[in-house]
Design a protein. Structure first.
Length: 126
């Protein structure tokens, strides 16, 4: 029986690792990282199929979890059999990196942004 909750969980976990599933090609990129076919990931994300043990193992490696964690999330084994690890922190933004580099000094941040833009290393969207 397909499990929509697993599909939603998987989509959230994939997104937490920096994949934007609303963008074309991101499912394919994750599928490659997991060593799976894009069609498999697509069916899982749409809740059309349940993952098998081999698929759970591949997803676990790509997400940085133990296979038992994915098996529990998919409902293949009881969740109480697996102590769930904490979620990874959200991916750092350009602004987070900038604050880590020069602190809260806005003038210093602006100077670094000007330099990075001149080098073509700063995306204007952040």
């Amino acid at each position: 029986m397909p499990q929509q909750p697993f599909a939603a969980w998987l989509a959230e976990e994939i997104s937490l690792r920096g994949y934007d599933l609303s963008r074309r090609g991101e499912q394919t990129r994750f599928a490659r990282a997991a060593g799976l076919k894009e069609a498999t990931i697509s069916r899982l994300l749409r809740g059309m199929v349940d993952p098998d043990v081999k698929t759970c193992g591949a997803i676990a490696r790509a997400l940085g979890y133990k296979t038992t964690h994915i098996l529990a999330a998919a409902g293949v084994i009881p969740a109480d059999e697996e102590e769930l690890p904490p979620r990874p922190p959200r991916p750092l933004t350009q602004r987070d990196h900038l604050v880590g580099l020069v602190g809260d000094d806005e003038a210093a941040q602006d100077a670094v942004i000007v330099l990075l833009r001149a080098l073509g290393k700063w995306k204007s969207s952040s």
